[in-house]
Design a protein. Sequence first.
Lengths: 148, 148
Amino acid sequence: MELLFYAYRDFTAEPDAMLAKYGFGRAHHRVIYFVGRNPGITVSDLLGILRITKQSLSRVLSQLVREGFITQRPGSRDRRQRLLELTNRGVELERQLSQNQRERLARAYRQAGAEAVEGFRKVVTGIINEIDRPKVGRPIPLREARGR
Amino acid sequence: MELLFYAYRDFTAEPDAMLAKYGFGRAHHRVIYFVGRNPGITVSDLLGILRITKQSLSRVLSQLVREGFITQRPGSRDRRQRLLELTNRGVELERQLSQNQRERLARAYRQAGAEAVEGFRKVVTGIINEIDRPKVGRPIPLREARGR
DNA sequence: GCATATATGTCAACATGGCTGACTTAAAAT
DNA sequence: ATTTTAAGTCAGCCATGTTGACATATATGC
């Protein structure tokens, strides 16, 4: 428990500081990250990942759209949906924000060795609620292709 | 990065829900947890772990003291200090809150196996800032014994 | 085709837990 | 005697979560 607290504290500290320069917070980072990983994701799928209310998401998402980091386009199969994607600017910001975290992980992996990384992934996956484990590490299937 | 997000999200969800019944939040949990792990810790050491301002800490700490979960007593060597300890009530709440997390970790450990756990600990430790790694897993040395 | 359900968004109000800045008190250190 | 340190307080701000109520467009089902 202690390990996880410290790790999360240090894992988020530097991106948080960078985000502050844009007037953004950690919530913006999460949205950018998951939209980047799942181009074309729907609002409701994003809500399901973040587990926040749509009112909370709306605040940060509309800011990101307004400032040109994310675009919305209607779904072709279901035109109620607004599929989300990063703009070039969004991709750039994502890259910048994650760089620190990637480097931090890369260092930790290098020091610990491949076998330890394997164990790390196993345990961390085991901490996640069983229902959500299958979707980790894979992009959310596009609703476009999912049918209804 | 994704793994860590999901794991932390699910790791904190249930304690958060329990805390809400007491009118407490995650910040209270952190204080209770670290005071429980480090009986007699000083306010400034606690601030150093949590990395928040004393004004932020004060809000939750004084609530916990007022409601009888934590006691303060002056340091014997340095009487400016207020050493923090859980009351019986505090211990009980800590136990309750952490039970979920301990069980979750125990399940993950059991499924992953001892070797994976070893790797998990190595990698997570590597994620933590180097400067703080030594103190993880050990109680903070009491200032009483540390001298000044 | 009409009724209902769904995807998304919006307004308003509130709570939690961060923050800064300014200032106080008591005790320790020099 | 002066300065530094440990702790606390007051006030106000900001980010990000919440609930509840309601609006709009589109899809779906009978």
